[in-house]
Design a protein around this ligand. Structure first.
Ligand SMILES: Nc1ncnc2c1ncn2[C@@H]1O[C@H](COP(=O)(O)OP(=O)(O)OP(=O)(O)O)[C@@H](O)[C@H]1O
Ligand SMILES: [Mg+2]
Length: 367
């Protein structure tokens, strides 16, 4: 069993930088856990503490039932794959993959068997005789992953392993790592700043900001129920649209009033929203929850807003409209063939059952 448990771990670097702040996180056996967050939020530091490459300032780390705070990296039964591959340039792919096993005094036949098995899984058997400079970026990445696989570790740690690859290769390797996880049935902790990778790979996602865990949940929960404005804006592409405004009451109905546009709230939300009446709030709506009225057969008039279409970005399978209320610019994701003219005023419909409100001060989710 290889569950990993971080209990209130913090890391303060000399100089006083608090890179990780009281992080508690339980990774289950065989789980694919993704740590995601913007640059500098403490992802690599967390991973390096788990690997034993960095001292822990405070807190405990358990791998299985064992507290490993003072266990040296080489004895932690963990394999780490780095962003820059860190392959030995003078060694062949085979030698690179075999190196860690040699250091651990595995027999020659065992080494050959393990390297071949890993190469088979990764589809790189024909490349084993080549040196890194004779390999493409994607092939090097596979060798780096292979070097981790041959160790048959309890836990794999990946630190942005795909960020040096071009966009197409990244998508391909993403699927391969997913497949690898299913095949190897091991615990994986995977660090990325790319929310798409996080969404598509993680059984669960831990979103971090400034060394602090913001939310830990499965991808769909994170997307549908972000705990605060940061998570709401970080996960999802294009990011959630935010508008500051006020909740107002008219004829016993509640509306969000942005200043230039107004939309009626659904009654299900009244209970939570009533305390906000007359207060400044942040309204949030995802781009896919906004429709061009031309393509909606029936829309309640109170959910329709007139806005100026400033930019149209065709994406092939869909199009992004950049819409201006005069106070806020927001994005609607519409059908590929929906192509309003630039600078044209258009009517769009908000799906009011999908909206969010965030406290303007604390940025916590209200609904
Ligand atoms: N050895 C170090 N000494 C001092 N500060 C450090 C050290 N390593 C990292 N930091 C600081 O700790 C914070 C977290 O760094 P970390 O490398 O964990 O971020 P990250 O989330 O992995 O970012 P990125 O996405 O850019 O890789 C940053 O503010 C960084 O400057
Ligand atoms: Mg990093």
């Amino acid at each position: 069993m290889a569950q990993v448990s971080l209990r209130n771990i913090s890391k303060v670097f000399s100089g006083g930088v608090k890179a990780v702040d009281k992080l508690s996180l339980g990774v289950e056996n065989k789980e694919f856990m993704v740590l995601v967050g913007p640059s500098g939020c403490g992802k690599s530091t967390t991973l390096r503490m788990i690997a034993g490459l960095e001292d822990i300032t405070e807190g405990q780390i358990y791998i299985g039932d064992k507290q490993v705070n003072d266990v040296p990296a080489k004895d932690r039964d963990i394999a780490m794959v780095f962003q820059n591959y860190a392959l030995y340039p003078h060694m062949t792919a085979f030698e690179n993959m075999a190196f860690g096993l040699k250091l651990r005094h595995y027999s020659k036949s065992e080494i050959i068997q393990r390297v071949n098995e890993a190469a088979d899984i990764l589809g790189i058997k024909h490349l084993l005789g080549r040196r890194p400079r004779e390999l493409s970026g994607g092939e090097r990445q596979r060798v780096a992953v292979g070097r981790a696989i041959v160790r048959k570790p309890l836990v794999f740690l990946f630190d942005e392993p795909l960020s040096n690859l071009d966009a197409k290769m990244r998508v391909q390797m993403r699927t391969e790592i997913n497949r690898l996880h299913i095949r190897l049935q091991t615990t994986i902790i995977y660090v990325t700043h790319d929310q798409t990778e996080a969404m598509t790979m993680g059984d669960r996602i831990a979103v971090m900001k400034d060394g602090i865990l913001q939310q830990l949940a499965d991808p769909v929960t994170i997307y549908d129920y972000p705990v605060n404005k940061f998570v709401a804006g970080f996960i999802g592409s294009p990011p959630m649209n935010f508008m500051d405004g006020e909740v107002i009451k008219k004829d016993s109905r509640l509306y969000f009033d942005e200043g230039n546009i107004q939309v009626k709230l659904v009654e299900d939300m009244y209970q939570k929203v009533t305390p906000l009446i007359g207060k400044e709030v942040t309204f949030g709506i995802r781009s896919e929850d906004i429709y061009d009225k031309l393509f909606v057969s029936e829309a309640p008039p109170e959910n329709i807003v007139r806005v100026n279409c400033e930019v149209v970005e065709p994406m092939g399978s869909e199009a992004y409209l950049y819409l201006n209320t005069g106070r806020h610019i927001f994005i609607a994701r519409v059908g590929a063939h929906d192509r309003p003219k630039i600078n044209q005023d258009i009517d769009v419909v908000f799906d009011m059952s999908k909206i969010h409100f965030f406290d303007k001060e604390t940025e916590k989710t209200i609904i």
